[in-house]
Design a protein around this ligand. Structure first.
Ligand code: GAR
Length: 203
């Protein structure tokens, strides 16, 4: 099978990016990482990607007039690299319409909660404060709303009485590193379609 070309967008640490890169390198995910893009020059993940010999680009928002101009520059860079699928991995910006239109149903995001509960910037803390007994992570297709599109994979973890935001986040993160490759394997290896919000796998 031909390898799909992935573009990964990050804003920070990049541990999900590392999990995707590793899963591609060992052949678990039938894809190759064509480029890693960060909107922050100081993102630790971009230094890691550079050292790893991956193609990288840093495109800070402040260099562009507005969100759409910024997104257009990112899409240009992704297209230059022949990217077919976009993985948001701790990329902390909402995508504009032209970005989503450039990759219809081909942009994925990971969120550290069981959507549709606890979207936003503090998924783990919001879940903990709500008092849920189970939380987890969600990999979903991206649409115009924050942490909202059709769900591809969810993984659960227990919430313990002794948890604080750090221990719960660490337990969820461990599952994130399995969930993202799992979602990519499913989407890239078997036929699927959207039925309303549902991602239906055909084989
Ligand atoms: C991850 O926990 C990811 O789920 C979260 O940011 C972290 C990035 O970590 N994303 C969101 O909260 C999106 N709403 P990483 O840079 O180590 O992959």
């Amino acid at each position: 099978m031909a390898l799909a070309r992935l573009g990964i967008l990050i804003s920070g640490r990049g541990s999900n990016m590392m999990a995707i890169v590793a899963a591609c390198e060992v052949g678990v995910v039938p894809a190759e990482v064509a480029v890693v893009v960060s909107n922050r020059a100081d993102a630790p993940g971009i230094a890691w990607a550079r050292e790893r010999g991956l193609a990288t680009a840093v495109l800070p928002q402040r260099d562009f007039g507005d969100r759409e101009a910024h997104d257009r520059a990112i899409v240009d860079r992704l297209q230059q690299a022949g990217v077919e699928w976009v993985c948001l991995a701790g990329y902390m910006r909402l995508l504009s319409k032209p970005f989503i239109a450039a990759y219809p149903s081909r942009i994925l995001n990971i969120h550290p909660a069981l959507l549709p509960s606890f979207p936003g910037l503090h998924g783990q803390q919001d879940a903990l404060e709500w008092g849920v007994r189970v939380s987890g992570c969600t990999v979903h297709l991206v649409d115009l709303e924050l942490d909202h599109g059709p769900i591809v994979v969810q993984r659960t973890v227990p919430v313990e009485d002794t948890d604080d935001v750090d221990t719960l986040s660490a337990r969820i993160l461990e599952q994130e590193h399995h969930a993202y490759p799992e979602a990519l394997v499913k989407l890239l290896s078997q036929p699927w379609r959207l039925e309303g919000r549902r991602v239906v796998f055909e084989a």
